[in-house]
Each structure stands twice: as C-alpha cells, then as structure tokens.
Design a protein around this ligand. Sequence first.
Ligand code: EPS
Length: 381
Amino acid sequence: MTLDFKTAGESHGPAVTALVEGLPAGLKINSDDINRDLARRQFGYGRGGRMKIEKDRVDILSGVRDGKSIGSPIALLIKNKDHRTHKEEILTKPRPGHADLAGAMKFGFSDMRDVLERASARETAARCAAGALAKIFLREFSIEIVSFVLEIGGVRGSVDSLSPWTAMALAEDSPVRCPDKQATVKMVEAIEEASLNGDTLGGSFEIRALNVPPGLGSYTSWDKKLDGRMAQILMSINGIKGVEVGFGFRCASLPGSSIHDPIKSFDTPPERGPRYHRSTNRAGGFEGGVTNGEELVLRVAMKPIATLRKPLLSVDLSTGKAIEAQYERSDICAVPAASIVGETAVAFVLAQAVLEKFGGDNISDTFDAYEAYLQRLAKEF
Ligand code: EPS
C-alpha cells in the first residue's frame, strides 16, 4: 500500500476535505496537532478578510479509533464558515495571473467563478491537514520539518548564521514568519505600502527537513527521484513559481570544487546510522534523487497574489471589450501561509518515501525496519 492523498472541496462550498490512504495502523493521532498547523497556515501579516471569518479546525471522520490510526482511509473535513448559499456575482473579467481565463477555456465556462472556486488557495487548508498527519507520522522517527520566510517583495532577511531550530523559533514569533527581526519590520512596511497602492507581494521561503535517514527515494527511475517529487508537490502549491534544492540556481555559476560536498568520517562513529557525513550541504541533502543523510534544504519562490485592488487590464468575456480585471476580497501577501503549506507538503512526500523504504501495516513494523536499517548502516558504512 502506498501512502497518498486527494483533496476535494470548493472555496465557498460547505467544506474542504482530504482523504489520506496508506498510513499504517497504530499511529497516535491527536487532532490538536493538525489544528495547530491549520492555525499556522491562517496566520501572517497581509492576509485578507477571509481569515477573520474562518477558524479552521479538522474533523477526523474515519480511519482513527480511540486516538489511533486503524490502517483504513482517513477522511479529514474542514468546514468553510464562509459557505454562502446565495449565488455569487458572476465573474467575467479574468484576473491576469489567476487560473480564471485558462480554466474557463479548458472547461468551457462563461462564469469563471466555476474556476475560482476550486483554483482558490482555500484548498491548501485540506492539503495542510493531510501533511500535518504526515508530520505526526514522521515524528515517530524523529524527523522534523521547519520553515521560515526569506524574502517578501524584495526585502530579504538574513538567516544564514542561524540553526534551523533557532530560525524556526524566531519565525514563529514574527508576523511574517521571518527569523530576521529588522527584515520583519521592513517586510510589514512593504506589505502596508503594497496595500495602500492596491498591489500585492510575493516572496520566498525555506523548508528544512531534519534527521532524515540516507537512502530515501531512488536514482533508478526518473519518477522515483525524491528531489523531483519534492519539487512537484511544492510547485503545485498555489502561486509557486520556483523551487531550489540546496544551492539550486547558484550551482550554475560555480565550479564543481565549490559546489560538491566533501565526504568525511566522524571521529567517533554513531551507534545508529552511517559514520560518513558532509562538511558542507550545498546539495541540500539529495544526491541522485536519494537522501544522503544531510538536512534537506528546499527554497521556494511565490509570485504576488493575482487579485489586485488596482487591477491590470483584461477583457470582459461577456462583451469582448477591454476592461480592468475583476477585484474581490483577497490577500495582499500569503507567503507566510505558503511556507506552512510547503512544510506540510514536504512532510507528505517524506512520509511516502519512508513508507516505501520501510513498509509496515502497523507503525511498529515500520519502526523496526527503520531501526534495523540504521543498525546495518552503522555496521557497514
Ligand atoms: C484562502 C481563502 C480565499 C482567499 C485566498 C486564500 O478566500 P476568499 O476568496 O473567500 O477571500 O483569501 O485565496 C487566494 C488568494 C487565491 O488567489 O486563491 C485561504 O483559505 O487560504
């Protein structure tokens, strides 16, 4: 059984939902852990009016009994408080940068609200819940995921000297999830200025996965390469336009001697896992699409929100005439929220990779196989 998930639900329908299949039985699941990530996703300076209406909470409808998974599909439901029974204003003036026009042409809609309702980033609440489950699973193996914002609208935080845990702790205290306090102030100002100008801002964030064992994913086929799978799930998050692994685009301009990470041996070999490690981590924890035992480092770029209060030029599909794009309630900046969605997305793919390698219908089977592998690595590497 492979671990997978699907989501369903529209932005203003009764609920958004996720169906997670393939988690082993015996995993302790507390909905508070999922609700914590849902609340973190809702947070962030620059969010729109919708976040004042919603207080996302998950209902676990199946797959969990007495606080433990039972191996069956886990259905997660998050009600939309903003569910509207009345018909929305028809949307005929597509917003450049949103899925409106491309989606309407694809499905043959004249009212692009039929696109908006599913293309909306509201769907990421359901994904976040599915990924939060994956985080609970990964914690059994001491694998943790952290995220923090690097840049908003051209203001860049300085984070290079911080450990991932410090960066994460500082991010959790920042209204824009940036560990750099001075940059936080400037980012907030930039968002305020964009708001005054009827504009929106994008940015970038970093995700790190810690205590990841070597050997997850595979170099044997294109679709098994774990860095590629990470890039796919991250690129599928609304508004994401770029993903870097480790040094990413910096690799294009530096020689091999400045990019590849020298292999070293610990003076005292650890009891579990290999003695070999790297003095640098420019590869971001992946070689050949396989984890190499170092931290996973992924950097993600998000474009500015497509709904502008001072709209760009568009056309009215009902008349064919040039006109400003439609405006409606939206966010000014959702980069802090996207960093949480990214965190949970990375968790999901990592949980898939752990289960592919170690299997198990009960979490204790998975754990035993994982421990045996670390023991073997300690003996052989
Ligand atoms: C979102 C809910 C949406 C938007 C936002 C994300 O709610 P509404 O459309 O009712 O204001 O706030 O979605 C977008 C910015 C977008 O472009 O799709 C959420 O729950 O995250």
